[in-house]
Ligand binder design. Structure first.
Ligand code: SF4
Length: 377
């Protein structure tokens, strides 16, 4: 038991049973929209009077039906998300909002449309040249198209005012999570890697206000604790998703505290606010235009490696753990480039393949034990 046990248990219950959360929203008369990876505009869903609900696959879910639509070697995140649609677990969603940022997601959208017709598919196409006037204008039009489809489902118009309010609210959550991430680095004994993940992940299934309140409560309780010493290792984690209880436990077992992350499912969702000083659709498109360090967002200069070097220095970290999602092409292309940057800066790093279908991680355990020894040397 520690000062945060009760609140962590509450958030853990949320992440352990997202369907219960979904049922709760439906019972309270809300319509819920499935927001798939990566970079779905939660603010538009909220402004249309509905609840954005994260669908980022499911750890350990048996895949059978989805293999009729995808080759079995596709990324498990897409496979398990489709499986949940095909086995009707997500039937209560009013729509599935699926971007097209990688080849797998392009197919996922089309497969969803064909295999899960009971949950309407809404496609979102991000521009390749996102940081140009034409790219921003294109994404604004995409967002307006998505808003129209959501309005039809909810019967509530997305007005400039409702969208601005939603942006402010989601920026508040971004700020709370940024603060939490930095507090987690200061209290590594209290906030284990698993707890850190739970706090961030629970936001995908909770009402945004309720989640902000919980995160702020955790921050306040941590700040009331005496300063924590940490004689273990301080690592930065990068990848698409770090939502693997086994891997997070292996990090904890090897005295590794996550002091910062560059993970699509985690900090990349809250690292950068949506600007609040211009027209709201344009503001949201600008945020995507300016977001850097993601293997899915076109970046001819490949800035992610340099960003990780800066992150390691800023957080006084000892090394980087690259959690490479199995069969994820964008990440496989980025990994050697990132490693080269880290090597050049003399920062130890390790690449660990993760997969929501993997049952045992004994090889990863050995590799991370060795990495811990390297960090101790
Ligand atoms: S970016 Fe990678 S993890 Fe995400 S859907 Fe595409 S292949 Fe899967």
């Amino acid at each position: 038991m520690n000062a945060l046990t009760d609140i962590f248990e509450r958030l853990q219950a949320v992440v352990d049973n997202p369907v219960k959360q979904l049922d709760g929203f439906i019972r309270s008369g809300k319509k819920v929209v499935g927001c798939f990876p990566e970079y779905t505009p939660n603010e538009i869903v909220y402004a249309a009077g509905m609840v954005p609900f994260g669908v980022w696959g499911a750890e350990g879910r048996e895949i059978s039906e989805a293999k009729k639509y995808f080759p079995p070697f596709y990324c498990a995140l897409a496979l398990s998300s489709l499986e949940m649609g095909l086995d009707t677990a997500l039937n209560k969603l009013s729509a599935a909002l699926i971007p097209t940022l990688c080849d797998t997601l392009k197919c996922l959208g089309q497969n969803w449309k064909s295999g899960v017709p009971q949950v309407p598919f809404i496609q979102l196409v991000h521009p390749q040249n996102r940081n140009t006037p034409a790219g921003v204008a294109f994404l604004v039009e995409q967002y307006k198209k998505v808003a129209k489809q959501l309005e039809t489902l909810s019967g509530q118009a997305v007005t400039e005012e409702s969208l601005k309010n939603a942006i402010s609210l989601f920026n508040l959550r971004r700020a709370a999570l940024r603060e939490f991430s930095s507090v987690a680095a200061q209290y590594p004994q209290t906030i284990t890697p698993q707890m850190r993940n739970t706090v961030i992940k629970s936001g995908y299934f909770m009402d945004v206000l309720e989640h902000i309140e919980a995160v702020r409560e955790i921050i306040a309780r941590c700040r009331a604790l005496p300063q924590e010493e940490w004689s273990g290792h301080r690592v930065v984690v990068t990848g698409i998703i770090a939502d693997s209880p086994s891997i997070l436990q292996i990090l904890a077992d090897n005295n590794m505290a996550i002091v910062a992350d560059e993970v699509a499912h985690e900090s990349r969702q809250f690292r950068q606010d949506v600007p609040e000083d211009c027209e709201p659709y344009e503001a949201m498109a600008r945020q995507i235009a300016e977001l850097e360090g993601c293997s899915l967002l076109f970046d001819p200069e490949k800035k992610r490696g340099g960003m990780l070097v800066d992150m390691v220095k800023k957080n006084n970290a000892d090394g980087v753990v690259y959690l490479l999602t199995k069969f994820c092409d964008p990440e496989e292309f980025d990994a050697p480039i990132v490693k080269k940057h880290l090597d050049k800066a003399g920062i130890p790093s390790i690449i660990i393949e993760i997969d929501q279908q993997t049952k045992t991680y004994e090889q990863a355990r050995t590799a991370l034990q060795t990495f811990a020894d390297v960090l101790s040397a």
